[in-house]
Ligand binder design. Structure first.
Ligand SMILES: Nc1ncnc2c1ncn2[C@@H]1O[C@H](COP(=O)(O)OP(=O)(O)OP(=O)(O)O)[C@@H](O)[C@H]1O
Ligand SMILES: O=P(O)(O)O[C@H]1[C@H](OP(=O)(O)O)[C@@H](OP(=O)(O)O)[C@@H](O)[C@@H](O)[C@@H]1OP(=O)(O)O
Ligand SMILES: [Mg+2]
Length: 392
């Protein structure tokens, strides 16, 4: 499906795919870089912003919409648009994105993946949901979870508050926790201070290393500290390690095998029904080959990923061309029905081939459709069956 033509220097016109975006100003600044726009244009993709002051129905036509906005009015508009235009790809469906706004539902599907790597396993850290103020309880309400813990707000909607976390070393720390419920208590897993961020854009996957919270040693765990609030990991990590030792640590960390990363990414994409996301994965220092997914983000900071322009434009082309081939498949299906019916009508003698009026038009349609259908014997068979069952 191509919605506009662009005039070329030689005067000919080439079709351009139009991709609309609805993003916050911060996201526009980081994601819509000139390098992305230029590469996209070279590949006949025109990326343009929606005018958010106008309703979706009054926007210029587009072949695909990408978005990361969460106010209720926008979601309502989007759902309405989807119900009226089911054939236009909206990346991604608001209901699928919503699952990632809650730190419990976000990770639930990870345990249900069906991974095939023989020596590697994937899990999520033990965690529990608390919806009472921590000052109200005296012991940890479950024996399935052990200190140290990370307290994370349940809501992961991108607000500043949703990134406010605390390392909790013991029950005293828990009681001193200054977080409004509901929140999640998640076991802290030592993982060598490196987190693997796996970026997914449809079938395209890229894994990068990033610095993480440092491991918690036995001494530190048993020490005087009860609680350590953080929101930017880099601040905490910088207190623990000099830049040089951090660089060494990062360099030494081995990436997980790409076959494993790809399998997890593909299955997560299918399970979540999302195209644009990343997940944070850590390697358990205590259990060989055990990986844990700790966070999944919708429409992350792709511009931080090497070659993001190529990966994202490849993804856009996948979407619009897949749409295009679906449309042409539908056209072939319609043409094939016309072909078969017109052939049968003609054979029945109701209209004579070569006659003027209906007969001539029918003959043209028949010839056009037969070009598409006749070379495909299985299609011919399907149509014959439909025709026969329709006549009974
Ligand atoms: N269970 C865990 N065990 C060890 N470290 C963890 C765990 N959970 C989180 N971390 C560390 O804390 C960091 C922040 O956690 P998380 O990714 O859940 O927060 P976030 O605010 O949603 O982050 P983001 O910026 O990716 O959206 C992680 O990158 C990792 O360094
Ligand atoms: O740009 P946004 O506001 O969407 O910020 C996202 C941020 O991208 P940015 O750092 O490029 O801004 C992402 O970073 P990476 O995982 O890719 O490192 C990640 O932290 C998301 O969780 C953030 O989304 P939020 O959770 O806040 O909605
Ligand atoms: Mg994270």
């Amino acid at each position: 499906m191509m919605s506009s033509d662009s005039e070329q220097k030689d005067g000919s016109s080439r079709c351009t795919y139009r991709i609309a975006y609805a993003l916050s100003p911060k996201k526009v600044e980081s994601f819509i870089q000139p390098s992305l726009l230029n590469l996209a244009l070279q590949r006949r993709i025109h990326l343009f912003p929606l005018q958010l002051s106008k309703p979706l129905s009054d926007q210029p036509p587009f072949d695909c919409l990408i978005h990361k906005l969460s106010h209720p009015d926008w979601i309502h508009q989007l759902l309405l648009f989807l119900s009226h235009n089911p054939h236009i790809p909206v990346i991604d469906h608001p209901h699928a994105i919503h699952r990632l706004h809650n730190r419990i539902t976000m990770l639930q599907l990870v345990d249900h993946l069906n991974l095939t790597s023989p020596h590697l396993s994937l899990a999520i850290p033990n965690q529990l949901l608390l919806d009472t103020p921590p000052s109200l309880f005296h012991t940890l309400p479950s024996n399935h979870i052990t200190f140290p813990l990370i307290a994370k707000p349940l809501l992961a909607d991108g607000s500043a508050g949703s990134h406010q976390m605390s390392l909790v070393f013991n029950e005293e720390g828990l009681r001193a926790l200054n977080l409004n419920p509901p929140f999640v208590l998640q076991e802290f897993v030592n993982h060598g201070g490196v987190v693997f961020k796996v970026y997914v854009a449809g079938r395209h996957v890229q894994c990068v290393k990033r610095k993480s919270l440092p491991d918690i040693s036995e001494e530190k765990f048993g020490g005087s500290q009860n609680l350590l609030p953080f929101s930017q990991i880099s601040n905490v990590a910088a207190q623990e390690q000099s830049d040089q030792s951090l660089a060494k640590l990062m360099e030494a960390a081995e990436l997980p095998p790409s076959s494993f990363v790809n399998e997890v990414a593909t299955q997560l994409r299918q399970a979540l029904n999302l195209n644009l996301f990343n997940f944070d994965m850590i390697r358990d220092s205590k259990v060989e080959g055990r990986y844990l997914v700790i966070d999944i983000n919708y429409f992350p900071g792709y511009a931080k990923m090497p070659c993001y322009e190529t990966i994202l434009t490849d993804f856009f082309l996948d979407i619009v061309q897949q749409k295009q081939s679906e449309v042409s498949n539908n056209c072939v299906a319609i043409l094939s029905i016309i072909w078969w019916s017109s052939g049968n009508v003609r054979d029945s003698g109701i209209v004579k081939n070569g006659e003027g009026g209906l007969g001539k038009e029918l003959s043209c349609i028949y010839n056009l459709a037969s070009e598409k259908v006749a070379p495909n014997p299985s299609l011919v068979q399907v149509i014959r069956k439909c025709w026969d069952s329709g006549r009974q």
